[in-house]
Design a protein around this ligand. Structure first.
Ligand SMILES: [Zn+2]
Length: 680
């Protein structure tokens, strides 16, 4: 602990190792960087070498030469990258290092950073891409973190923190190996990974997927794969009976909803999944159409009275047929909306089934305990929503996944999307990524690591700024989407954010906003480097926006309990202030990118509930015409309706006597506007 503390507070020094190997001293180095000639993707190996070379140069001022292994002199000291002949000669178990895994070891005076490469297949229309991998690149980011003190805090070069070192001495007993605990699937993390394929931030923090499939592990097909296997465009004219019957007509919804009782439909689903296996994928998604509702034909109605159970029964049968054909491969079934809850009419899945869960609270994992399949978690708008995932929550979730046999994390479109937040969510993204690498590391330690590296001399106030926000936000997991005893099988837990102001007013009360404001001002005074100032600017821009929206909401609450012209005037002033902040963040109609982080996505276009991109905040009082109201002479008395999320397309469930369902099924009051159970 003392050692760690010393390392954090002394700005310019070499790291301390009991048995040290000197790589750079007195402005000189005996080392070269020597590359394997054997990689399946030499370009990636070169990128890894460039990152190592530039980081050591930035730290020490000394540039190591990069050479091919075959050109390196046999008696020179070298940092060997990849599966080199030298590593083989040194007796290192290079054949055991695969995928994103690595082995970093010192033998005599040589440093071996060992991994292997595979090329990506780019995403094309009608053809899903998959990410390649480079274990050597991961070996390099780990070496830089552990031995040089580099931290990858934001995407791109501006996000790499490199400490200044007069002397670089590494641990002469270094011997670390690693392989991923999760397959991560999630498109790209930033535009940097689009251009270079490898954004060092993404690799260092374990966001490995660039395309929507990570290597050839998992074909996701966007998760709703009925349309791939039984495409509506192909069959609607010749076989309209393949598609759902609604009020006497086939396919009026045009949503690729299948008639589940047709055996020819099953044949096509089996064939489609097997075809994907034969293209090389290990796991293939078999997922119902988005917005699935049940086909009303007599045969489908006879499968089971419950809308979700029909899917479980039929998808299970299809998985069994697939198992007979390709027993070594896995079918991924979707637990989503109508299938969120586990099956009722059977008690086990065939061995080739993996379940993709899109709810992953402890309660849901408990409910699924009876079905101990491997799992994929689907987290499309989890980290992307702004800001809502404190580091402790992120780490706890990763640990929960580990305990519940989660093998892959599917993040939909990744982190390079409108709404992603690199300022206020920075510590959470970092902590989540690092927890995926090693779930035993504590959230507080990781948060501190991020803050020290990101904010330097302003770390103390920035730490206080983030702690104020995170300690408050930790309560969110206690509030959101928990079971309330609603027996409807389609019920997905109660959404905390029923009213537009719920989220910001609860998590950002005036006390928290004021404390964050105060700490930010202290941090701005203390910042010493351009790097630190830029990062604070990024955080501050996001905070100013959030603060302005929250403040309007707070004032509007006061107005609602005690309407008066005084409060009306104050509210108008506050809404104007918010509009100014909005305009400041949108110079020339485009979102501002503060701190020089031009390429990062920002959350500024986002209204409530934090993921509705490209819109201003709407609803009273943001869109009130204050002047007109004042002229009318009548104070407005707003009626704010609760916003009910999900379930809009569900019709009341009226079937009785379904196995396992309680007698109250079908008797829940339904919202007349949405048709959903009242508390959905
Ligand atoms: Zn049908």
């Amino acid at each position: 602990m003392t050692l760690l503390f010393t390392l954090l507070v002394l700005p310019c020094h070499s790291r301390l190792f009991a048995d040290a190997l000197v790589v750079v001293a007195n402005g000189k180095s005996d080392y070269v960087i020597a590359l394997s000639g054997q990689s399946r993707d030499l370009a990636k190996l070169n990128e890894a070498a460039t990152l190592l070379q530039s980081s050591i140069k930035k730290a020490t001022g000394v540039e190591l030469l990069v050479v091919k292994e075959s050109n390196a002199s046999a008696d020179a000291d070298a940092i060997y990258l990849g599966k080199t002949a030298a590593a083989k000669r040194a007796g290192l178990p290079i054949q055991k290092v695969t995928g994103w895994g690595y082995l970093n070891r010192v033998v005599d005076r040589n440093i071996y950073l060992i991994g292997e490469e595979e090329r990506a297949r780019p995403l094309k229309p009608r053809q899903q891409g998959y990410s390649g991998f480079s274990g050597t690149y991961k070996a390099v980011t780990t070496f830089l973190e552990q031995q040089v003190g580099v931290r990858f805090v934001l995407p791109g070069e501006v996000g790499i923190h490199v400490p200044e070192l007069k002397r670089l001495a590494i641990d002469a007993t270094m011997d670390v190996s690693w392989s991923p605990r999760f397959t991560f699937i999630g498109r790209r993390v930033s535009p940097y990974s689009g251009k270079h394929e490898y954004d060092p931030y993404a690799i260092a923090n374990n966001f490995f997927g660039r395309y929507a499939s990570d290597s050839r592990v998992f074909w996701t097909g966007g998760s709703h794969t009925w349309s791939e296997f039984v495409p509506r465009e192909k069959y609607i004219e010749t076989r309209p009976d393949y598609f759902g019957l609604f009020e006497g007509k086939r396919d009026p919804l045009r949503r690729n909803i299948l008639c589940l009782s047709q055996s020819e439909v099953h044949d096509l689903l089996v064939k489609g999944v097997v075809k994907k296996f034969d293209e090389g994928y290990q796991m293939v998604m078999l997922g119902q159409a988005d917005g699935y509702v049940e086909c009303q034909c007599d045969k489908c109605q006879a499968i089971h009275p419950d809308v979700g159970e029909k899917l479980w029964i039929k998808h299970r049968q299809i998985a069994e047929r697939i198992r007979a054909l390709r027993p070594e491969k896995q079918v991924v079934l979707s637990s989503y909306v109508t299938t969120t809850k586990p099956p009722l009419s059977f008690d086990s899945f065939p061995e080739n089934v993996v379940i993709m869960n899109n709810r992953y609270s402890p309660a849901y994992f408990k409910a699924w305990k009876a079905f101990p399949t491997p799992r994929v978690v689907y987290i499309p708008d989890w980290l992307r929503s702004w800001p809502r995932v404190p580091p402790r929550y992120a780490v706890n979730l990763v640990r929960l996944w580990k305990e519940n046999n989660v093998i892959a994390v599917y993040m939909g479109g990744g982190l390079d999307q409108p709404g992603c937040s690199w300022g206020l969510n920075g510590p959470s993204y970092y902590t989540f990524g690092k927890a995926m690498e090693d779930p035993s590391r504590g959230a507080d330690e990781l948060e501190r690591e991020f803050i020290e590296a990101s904010f330097g001399a302003a770390a103390e106030p920035m730490g206080a700024f983030f702690r104020a926000m995170h300690r408050r936000m930790e309560a969110r997991q206690l509030l959101d989407r928990h079971e309330t005893g609603n027996p409807d099988r389609r019920y997905r837990g109660f959404p905390f954010e029923m009213y537009p102001d719920d989220y910001l007013c609860h998590f950002f009360p005036p006390q928290i906003l004021n404390e964050m404001d105060r700490q930010l001002a202290r941090a701005q005074e203390r910042a010493q480097s351009d790097e630190t100032r830029a990062r604070i600017e990024l955080v501050a821009a996001e905070f100013r926006y959030l603060q302005s929206v929250a403040t309007v909401h707070h004032m509007f609450r006061a107005y609602q309990v005690a309407p008066s012209w005084t409060l009306f005037d104050a509210l108008q002033k506050q809404v104007r202030g918010h509009a100014k902040i909005y305009d400041w963040l949108h110079p020339n109609g485009k979102a501002l990118n503060p701190g020089g982080y031009r390429k990062l996505r920002t959350p500024f276009n986002i209204g409530w509930p934090c993921n509705d991109a490209l819109k201003k905040v709407t609803g009273p009082p943001f869109d009130w015409d204050f002047e007109k109201i004042r002229q009318s002479g009548d104070l407005p008395v707003p009626v704010i309706k609760p916003r009910i999320r999900g379930g809009q397309s569900l019709k009341p469930y009226e079937s009785k006597g379904a196995p396992g369902n309680s007698k109250t099924d079908g008797n829940n009051p339904n919202d007349p506007e949405t048709g959903a159970p009242f508390d959905q």
